[in-house]
Design a protein around this ligand. Structure first.
Ligand code: URA
Length: 211
């Protein structure tokens, strides 16, 4: 499913792996490995429209103008800490990408994001910026992270997540209608403390084994 603002990657491999990740009995190591695999499949989708050019090369048979990526290296921005789980897999597919980090934690009472770290590559205004965070829940931290990236010059941003709640999608669409979202699933809703239902629990805890 895809519109200009939202792409749901419904590829069977993505959906199969996601189901295993959702299962509460899936151990940390398996969860982490599946996240790495899914992020590569999502990265394939998110980079579908990268600008291309050609360069002259010589195959063993003859010269040709062969397709190659155009423009500055793209920037991957991990929204800490759970973003790192998506980042690793995407980086394996795009090893030359520049990498940045936005540190935000969610105040458990207000559910509002609080910034504690910001370090991004230079020249964001000339790069495709892919911001990664597995869970688009209330959208508060995603909107805040994109605000910061725009303040730093980014003007071509895609938001990549594993699961999205309808509430978070609506919030992002309202605040940043120019930022397309790519996700593996749009879940049903948020619960009263801002967790995605049915979701997969706390993505950070599940990937780092902190609970
Ligand atoms: N963050 C998570 O890790 N899980 C949710 O369900 C919502 C936000």
């Amino acid at each position: 499913m895809s519109d200009r603002h939202l792409t749901v990657v419904d590829h069977p491999l993505v959906q199969h792996k996601l189901t295993i990740m959702r299962d509460k009995n899936t151990p940390t190591a398996v969860f982490r490995q599946l996240l790495r695999e899914i992020s590569q499949l999502l990265a394939y989708e998110v980079t579908r429209n990268l600008a291309m050019t050609t360069k002259r090369i010589e195959t063993p048979m003859q010269e040709m103008d062969a397709p190659t990526l155009d423009g500055k290296k793209l920037a991957l921005i991990s929204i800490l800490r759970a973003g790192n789980g998506l980042l690793d897999g995407v980086l394996e597919l795009i090893p030359a990408a520049r990498v940045g980090f936005v540190g935000l934690y969610r105040d458990e009472v207000t559910l509002k994001p609080v910034q504690y770290y910001f370090k991004v590559p230079e020249g964001l205004n000339d790069r495709l910026v892919i911001a990664v965070d597995p869970m688009l829940a209330t959208g508060n931290s995603s909107v805040a992270a994109i605000d910061l990236l725009k303040q730093a010059g980014a003007n071509n941003i895609i938001f990549l997540c594993l699961l999205a709640a309808p509430e978070g999608i609506a919030r992002m669409k309202e605040a940043h209608p120019d930022v397309p979202i790519v996700t593996a699933s749009v879940d049903e809703k948020l619960n009263e403390v801002g967790y995605i239902i049915p979701g997969l629990g706390d993505a950070g805890d599940r990937m780092f084994g902190t609970k």
